[in-house]
Design a protein around this ligand. Structure first.
Ligand SMILES: [Mg+2]
Length: 277
């Protein structure tokens, strides 16, 4: 009978970073999907607010529409308008409307979030490969990848929810990135994103996770709106974002992708000490 067991532990550096798209590297404030969800519900005869449109952000877009219909207040408005609750067929019909509307306006929201290219350079200088995941379909990503490339951003891998058995919060998009980038173990990867499902998919994949509080869906404001908004409201939303992401299990919550190279160094120090995500 042995009194000790010996466990194997990765103590090398991070080898890869997996980035979300809207609200993380482009589309400051994560507007493109939110405005289209509002429009699609309007066409179905039900007004929803931008806040309601943002609640399920990060999910596959059809799942997102379904989750909006499950918000209690939206459900009540739907029943008032249609005399019955929303059905699967309603969700399908709205998703069918969503796709062309989203394709139409994506390019208008494709500017990179300031600091993205510098952060990417800093990741590469640390030897990291760049992967990415998204709630957009591959048809939508064709447009966004083209727009991103024109602005100097070309990740080494991109995986959409439509390419795996399920999108966030399940881990498959992250794990498929690991495979395409040929990185192991999973604790050598950090997932960065602006929504709670972003954090969950990274944690479910066994990776380190970083949440972004200022540039994405949690703040819900673009670069021009932030300085024009009451600082008390900004501070309140920022605190809420930090609390929600920390409670979801994010290892770190920072303002934007610009803050992430320093986080890479901090995680590398923890890995060298034998820590795990
Ligand atoms: Mg996002």
């Amino acid at each position: 009978m042995m009194d000790f067991v010996y466990s194997r532990r990765y103590c090398g550096p991070l080898q890869g970073v997996i980035l979300d798209w809207a609200g993380t590297t482009m589309d400051y404030g994560c507007y493109a999907p939110a405005v289209v969800f509002v429009e699609v519900f309007k066409r179905a005869g039900v007004e929803i607010s931008m806040e309601e449109a943002r609640v399920p952000m990060g999910a596959h877009k059809r799942v997102h529409i379904q989750k909006i219909t499950q918000i209690e207040a939206v459900r009540r408005r739907w029943e008032a308008a249609h005399g019955r609750p929303p059905t699967e067929e309603d969700v399908d019909a709205m998703f069918a409307q969503f796709v062309p509307l989203q394709l139409d306006c994506l390019a208008r929201y494709a500017d990179l979030i300031p600091g993205t290219l510098e952060a990417l350079e800093a990741f590469r200088a640390r030897g990291l490969k760049i992967g990415s995941t998204t709630g957009y379909t591959s048809e939508m990503m064709d447009i966004l990848q083209r727009e991103a490339a024109a602005r100097g951003y070309v990740p080494d891998a991109t995986v959409c929810a439509t390419e795996v058995p399920a999108g966030r919060p399940e881990p498959w998009m992250c794990l498929e990135n690991a495979k395409r980038l040929r990185i192991f173990p999973m604790e050598a990867i950090v997932k960065i994103g602006d929504t709670l499902p972003d954090i969950e998919e990274g944690l479910n994949a066994g990776m380190w996770t970083v949440g972004l509080a200022m540039t994405g869906n949690e703040m819900g404001l673009n670069k021009a709106e932030i300085p024009a908004t009451d600082p008390a409201l900004i501070a309140q939303r920022r605190d809420r974002a930090c609390a929600r992401m920390a409670q979801t299990g994010a290892h770190y919550v920072v303002d934007s992708i610009s803050d992430c190279p320093a986080i890479i160094d901090a995680i590398n120090a923890r890995l060298a000490r034998g820590e795990r995500p």
